[in-house]
Design a protein around this ligand. Structure first.
Ligand SMILES: [Zn+2]
Length: 389
């Protein structure tokens, strides 16, 4: 046993040191080895060994130095931008998006591609594979992996989408595995809110924070949580389904089969449904947004109902997880400053004062395709673990 432990420990230590360096670079941007020593709290030989190993593994690269006013110029170390790339795929109800980025998370906008979501699963995988190949055509760097984001219930133990209410062609499928086989690179399937959490932490406003949450209130009501530097997954990756808590036992039928789930009252989709019912016809999100702008008085009761229930959801997350930052991913509720402020005011009436005092509630500005990129970078740098540091 002792001999075995001796063999494992140096590997573990090396990995921990490498992650700490990656963390420091993601948080602070390109740094010299000397600065990395200070930021990561490591000795010069340890930093040197870890940087060299990460350069050999193709994760870091050294840039020519910027000459300082005094002293010897030091080379800057950063996440690889050009010599290695990753793909991000967002599969949504109407539209799919394929993006290419360096390991630093920066998306090459000229290669971004959007297309209508095909109606069959075979058609979907064919289309994504083709667009991925087109997006990579002429890229200087070697493709390292593909992150696939879905707004669905994902069983991470079996690696399957259990249920995608809005896009049933994904049920019992794993598009990341299928793309892995077709493209010959590593694939990572992840639900949207978890990917958004990773993205806010590694490339967004919550860089380096260990206790954050994301509430996605667009179509369904999804929750992603990083607590104590670990992604909250539950046994099979299905934790965080706050949307299916019953709040109105005789309410509207939910996609899960029950009635009156929180997500039937606390989402952009719920507000679109209510506006449509007041107008007596089905409306799209854009039509609902225009209706809200043109006649706010008429739809004030609907906004009030949704805002009240979003506040209940936010307060539940604040009370349960005590995050330092809670990101709200929404269109209708957050694109109007007054509407968002009114909702946050309702949160004050619902959340525990002490927990709310710890927490900043902000609008998430991260697109989900960026989240797909963060997911695959995390897979590459952290090997699929739930730890983020
Ligand atoms: Zn439900």
């Amino acid at each position: 046993m002792a001999g075995r432990r001796l063999r494992i420990e140096p590997t573990l230590l090396r990995r921990i040191n490498e992650r700490r360096l990656i963390e420091a670079i993601q948080k602070h941007g390109p740094q010299s080895r000397a600065t990395l020593r200070r930021l990561a709290g490591m000795t010069a030989p340890t930093v040197s060994k870890a940087v060299d190993s990460l350069i050999t593994r193709g994760l870091l690269e050294e840039l020519d130095p910027i000459r300082p006013a005094v002293g010897r110029p030091g080379k800057l170390v950063r996440m690889v931008h050009r010599s290695a790339v990753v793909l991000g795929v967002l599969i949504d109800v109407d539209t799919c998006t394929v993006v290419v980025a360096g390991l630093d998370g920066r998306i090459d906008e000229t290669r971004t591609c959007r297309f209508a979501t095909p109606v069959t699963y075979a058609g979907l995988i064919d289309a994504i594979e083709r667009r991925c190949r087109e997006a990579l055509d002429g890229v200087a760097g070697a493709p390292q992996g593909v992150g696939v984001v879905v707004n669905a219930l994902v069983n991470e133990r079996t690696g399957e989408i259990l249920c995608c209410v809005n896009l049933p062609i994904l049920d019992q499928r794993n598009p990341a595995n299928d793309l892995e086989d077709r493209l010959g690179i590593r694939g990572r399937l992840i639900k949207g809110t978890t990917a958004l959490c990773l993205s806010e932490r590694s490339h967004g406003e919550a860089r380096g924070h260990d206790d954050i949450a994301v509430l996605d209130i667009t179509t369904g009501l999804g929750l992603g949580v990083i607590s104590g530097g670990v992604i909250i997954t539950g046994h099979s990756g299905m934790a965080g389904e706050i949307g299916h808590i019953t709040v109105a036992p005789d309410g509207v039928r939910c996609g899960c089969g029950n009635r009156g789930c929180l997500e039937t009252l606390a989402t952009d989709a719920a507000l679109v449904r209510m506006i449509g019912s007041r107008l007596g016809r089905k409306v799209t999100l854009d039509q609902a947004r225009i209706a809200l702008t043109e006649d706010p008085e008429r739809f004030a009761p609907d906004v009030g109902v949704v805002s009240e229930h979003v506040a209940i959801a936010i307060a539940a997350v604040v009370n349960l997880f005590n995050p330092t930052t809670l990101f709200i991913h929404s269109t209708l509720l957050t694109d109007d400053a007054d509407r968002f402020a009114a909702c946050i005011e309702r949160v004050r009436q619902r959340a525990l004062t002490g927990s709310l005092a710890d927490c900043t509630i902000v609008r998430s500005r991260t697109p989900k395709e960026q989240a797909a990129i963060s997911a695959i970078i995390h897979e590459i740098t952290h090997g699929g673990t739930a730890a983020v540091r």
